[in-house]
Write a protein that binds this ligand. Structure first.
Ligand code: IPE
Ligand code: IPE
Ligand code: MG
Length: 239
């Protein structure tokens, strides 16, 4: 990441996006949901490129929540097929653009061929500098339960004492452990909720909401969000 680039992020290192509104985008056009998701992938492509160009260190995108299994099986299948295609078609571009793929969430519960594709892409992009973290089968409460179980096991084996459990320990055990703190969270489609996304990580994150539906999102919106971020006064509880 060059210094020249970094100034376009206005100091933000890590941005996360709740990519919402694919269904409504399709509905407005009397198209099937699947077409909304397909156009959503195009927006992902644009946004990943923009994140690199603007100079972000890390971009986290909420692609499939641990609650999205509640959707009709055909929609889940469509999303999984788009995910397969996306990883396969964009892997070379990730490598060329210095993107390191990372997954947050319990992705090992996805179909075995997707798990293999992900593991292969993670290995092949391991030396990339810009982190693209895709949240797959991710739920923040599930993430915290997984961490809590690990800590309970460490405590019962005597590896750790209860007074050694602190915020740093928990942060370092989350799926986001090796990422910079989350500076800015974007949610599209006019919804103002977290939907079980990065609850711990959002403690002091700035929030940016837009009515834009995800398939219409692009570089100009990310740049606008970062411009607005520049005008926020972050206090972290201080004065
Ligand atoms: C976001 O679009 C994509 C996923 C949740 C995978 P939605 O499918 O939630 O779109 P709306 O909310 O129905 O418009
Ligand atoms: C959040 O969007 C999940 C993703 C963007 C992957 P949803 O559309 O699932 O959230 P709710 O159900 O409206 O809260
Ligand atoms: Mg939605």
């Amino acid at each position: 990441m060059s210094e020249a680039n970094h100034k376009h992020t206005h100091g933000a290192r890590h941005v996360a996006i709740i990519m919402d509104g694919n269904g409504r985008w399709a509905k407005k056009r009397f198209l099937p949901h699947a077409i909304g998701h397909k156009n959503g992938v195009e927006a992902v492509r644009r946004t990943v490129r923009a994140a690199g160009e603007l100079g972000l260190e890390a971009l986290t995108i909420y692609a499939f929540s641990s609650e999205n299994w509640k959707r009709p099986e055909s929609e889940v299948n469509d999303l999984m097929m788009l995910l397969r295609n996306y990883i396969q078609s964009d892997l070379d571009e990730f490598i060329a653009n210095d993107v390191r793929l990372k997954v947050i969430g319990n992705y090992r519960d996805l179909a075995p061929d997707i798990v293999d594709l992900i593991d292969d892409a993670i290995a092949k992009t391991a030396h990339g500098k810009i982190v693209l973290a895709v949240a797959l089968n991710y739920g923040s409460q599930d993430e915290l339960v997984r961490v809590t179980r690990k800590i309970a096991d460490m405590a019962s084996s005597g590896e750790i004492k209860s007074d050694e459990i602190n915020e740093a320990l928990i942060s370092n055990m989350l799926d986001t452990a090796d990422m910079p703190p989350l500076d800015l969270l974007i949610r599209t489609s006019g919804e103002h909720r977290l939907s079980n996304f990065m609850l711990w990580q959002c403690a002091y994150t700035e929030m940016w909401f837009t009515d834009i539906l995800w398939p219409d999102f692009g570089q100009e919106h990310l740049a606008q969000a970062l411009q607005d971020f520049a005008n926020r006064e972050r206090r972290f509880g201080g004065r």
